[in-house]
Design a protein around this ligand. Sequence first.
Ligand SMILES: Nc1ncnc2c1ncn2[C@@H]1O[C@H](COP(=O)(O)OP(=O)(O)OP(=O)(O)O)[C@@H](O)[C@H]1O
Length: 271
Amino acid sequence: MTPPLLSLRAAELTLGGRVLWSGVDLDVAPGEFVAVLGANGSGKTSLLKAILGQHRLSAGSATFLGEPLRHGDRRIGYVPQQRLADEGTPLRGRDLVGLGLDGHRWGVGWPSRARREKVDEVLDAVGAAHYARVPVASLSGGEQQRLRIGQALAGDPRLLLCDEPLLSLDLRAQGVVSELIDRTRRARDFGVLFVTHDVNPVLGMVDRVLYLAGRRFRVGTPDEVLRSDVLSELYDAPVDVVRARGRVIIVGAPDQTHAHEHEHDHGADLP
Ligand SMILES: Nc1ncnc2c1ncn2[C@@H]1O[C@H](COP(=O)(O)OP(=O)(O)OP(=O)(O)O)[C@@H](O)[C@H]1O
């Protein structure tokens, strides 16, 4: 078996005096796509920050490629939660991707031609070459998101952490962005931890899910975890998981009481 990229053992995170999750055992293998699900405040973003070395585990251990996690490891790429670029920023797509090279072997100090070629290669890979010279602030959310993924890929990561990369994108852009991540993780064999509160756009790509709820968690394939009996036990309350037209709809999760009411508004509320 391929050794895991990331291993969490009995991992616990406490922030502001509150335990967010504990006892988490998780291995992420090269090329594996793991969706991290759970309601607002369940600690999904904090999990990514712990893996980035920005939060210290309060118990347990975490290793990356067999060594303890360290802050600023360039082999871990990060696509932070989407924020639209500030109006008026002069930054262009090429600049954004170039920032991903800094600290990398293609970064500052490399001949400008090699650097330029590497930026072009990444822009092509994410399908952003034709708008690479346009100021980022004038691009659509989906276009900006492709560039952010390009920026993370420029460092040739072994593990890619994505925090709600589909947030506020329309259905078409959600498809483009998720397929881009899926295609590149297969081509380059990197692992993906993908935080989302709607698993549906990536349901066909996900190998396993980590579902966080009220300090507790479940790990398994979508079929193993996204089930009424499993989530009812996890929440310690009756929860129905309904599969309809290829979508998973979760009804009755105590911390998601409003989710299904808004499904038709933006289609992104449900795990
Ligand atoms: N640095 C911090 N210090 C104290 N508490 C924090 C810190 N960072 C996050 N928290 C708290 O930890 C909890 C989990 O936050 P986190 O952002 O990880 O949740 P999440 O599952 O990603 O939620 P969302 O879906 O809303 O993004 C929240 O209650 C948050 O207020």
